[in-house]
Write a protein that binds this ligand. Structure first.
Ligand SMILES: CC(C)[C@H](C(=O)O)[C@@H](O)C(=O)O
Ligand code: SF4
Length: 472
């Protein structure tokens, strides 16, 4: 019997079995940011320890960094966190992509962009969306601060082995349906907790056809489906994407590429579960509630607690609708929005801005809507600016900002106010997620955010932008 990529990578990185049965796993690459690293470095100092392999740790600043006047945060705590990361990187000899480097950005954008993220490796980061790196055929885990400490000090961590679920999406996506819709659809079908205990292998024609950036969008949200990590098997696109990037060793690239590709799952690999989805059933998907699995097609209506099939489901819908202040049983299309946000580690890459700009050109953001576009990294910002995308966004009425997490989590000045509704290309619609305790988030693809921005309400991008016609 063959092996899955997950098994191959796990076995290649297994140091041993601990007394409690867990695996001690070698972590090839450790990514850190300002939020979950300070206490870990503090513990190292208290214990008199150093970073075991500083060359395997890379830092960037993303969550707290403002998107305007980036190096001068008004919040003293943010300034302190910025300074702490600088100090820790210097003291422990870790590479830091700071604001002056021209390479700063959201950790999950920076890793792939620099070629730090590579197939067949293990990656850890004190951040739940680390699964993003699985797009390259890496096994990438989000970890907590004590594990960040463990990885800094030992370059290993203790982990339970996972089961593997293969999610196969075959066929072709319909026009106007994007990677974000695929990932929201999968989470809707399998639930926000459906993936607990699993690694998700995304496979089939749809993922084969996706670009690396689209694969990142899907893997990014594996955690929102409860999976510990998610990945796509490496192929020629993975190799092409990485070729020549700063941290890729080009001395014998052919051998490197062959090694990368050898990690792909064997045809006769064993899976603990297989789920098959038909690409044609996926529609532009938006959320209506307070969990990423509260997704519906944009043509559908907001669920009605009366039609719930269990008391639990009824209570969940009631709680979500009470928070969202949305009427049960009415179409989601037409729900007024106050803010439009394009950015985040889910959808803050060049292709996301290109695709949204394609449709925003010559159009205007509806009166009363605040629209902001936030590149995922300084490099993404430069690429967009070189193509004139920033101008298209600005002419349409978007604010074009500096790189960071921005309004995805609002640990910086970009926050919703009161019970504003935000059409957001990010990955979480939890209560209070975007900075206001009563703020409301509707997740969708960047093109759907653009459609909502110009319509002033949740809209079907295929209608607003005549996508089906254009594609015919
Ligand atoms: C701040 C950080 C620890 C957090 C995470 O773990 O994901 C954040 O990135 C998020 O998206 O909620
Ligand atoms: S963009 Fe959002 S999801 Fe991604 S790391 Fe930042 S806060 Fe977390």
């Amino acid at each position: 019997m063959g092996k899955s990529l997950y098994e191959k990578v796990w076995e290649a990185h297994k140091v041993g079995t601990l007394a409690d049965g867990r695996t001690q796993l070698f972590i090839g690459t450790h990514l850190i940011h300002e939020v979950t690293s300070p206490q870990a470095f503090g513990m190292l100092r208290d214990l008199g320890l150093t970073v075991k392999y500083p060359g395997r740790t890379f830092a960037t600043i993303d969550h707290i960094v403002p998107t305007i006047n980036q190096d001068a945060p008004a919040d003293p705590l943010a300034a302190e966190m910025m300074q702490a990361l600088r100090q820790n990187a210097d003291d422990f000899g870790v590479t830091y992509f700071d604001l002056a480097s021209g390479k700063q950005g959201i950790v999950h954008v920076v890793g792939p962009e620099q070629g730090i993220t590579q197939p067949g490796t293990t990656i850890a980061c004190g951040d739940s969306h680390t699964a993003t790196h699985g797009a390259f055929g890496a096994i990438a885990f989000g970890i907590g601060t004590t594990q960040v400490r463990d990885v800094l000090a030992t370059q290993t961590m203790a982990m339970e082995p996972l089961k593997v679920r293969r999610i196969e999406v075959n066929g072709r996506l319909r026009p106007g349906v994007y990677a974000k819709d695929v990932t929201l659809h999968i989470i809707r079908k399998l639930g926000a907790k459906g993936g607990i205990g699993f690694a998700y292998e995304y496979a089939g024609e749809v993922f084969d056809a996706m670009t690396m950036e689209e694969r990142m969008t899907v893997c990014n949200m594996a955690i929102e489906g409860g999976a510990r990590c998610g990945y796509v098997n490496p192929d020629h696109k993975t190799v092409e994407y990485l070729k020549g990037r700063p941290y890729v060793d080009m001395s014998d690239f052919e051998a490197t590429a062959a090694k990368w590709l050898s990690f792909a799952s064997d045809a006769d690999a064993h899976y603990d579960d297989v789920v098959k989805i038909d690409a044609a059933e996926i529609e532009p998907t938006v959320t209506w509630g307070i969990s990423p699995d509260h997704g519906i097609a944009v043509s559908e209506s907001i669920p009605d607690p009366a039609s719930a099939t269990s008391p639990d489901e009824k209570a969940t819908i009631e709680e979500a609708l009470a928070y969202m202040k949305l009427p049960a049983g009415t179409p989601i299309k037409g729900v007024k929005i106050d803010v439009a946000f394009i950015g985040s580690c889910t959808n803050g890459r060049l292709s996301d801005f290109r695709e949204a700009a394609k449709f925003l050109k010559g159009r205007k953001v509806a009166a009363g809507v605040q629209a902001i576009a936030v590149p995922g990294s300084q490099i993404v910002a430069i690429q967009c600016e070189q193509e004139g995308l920033d101008k298209i966004f600005e002419e349409a009425g978007f604010e074009w900002r500096g790189a960071g997490c921005s309004m995805c989590l609002a640990m910086n000045p970009d926050k919703l106010v009161g019970d504003q509704i935000c059409a957001s290309s990010s990955n979480r619609n939890f209560k209070g997620r975007q900075g206001s305790p009563t703020g409301r988030t509707i997740l969708m693809s960047p093109v759907m955010v653009a459609a909502a921005a110009v319509s002033g309400s949740v809209a079907d991008a295929r209608e607003v932008f005549e996508i089906a016609t254009a594609a015919a």
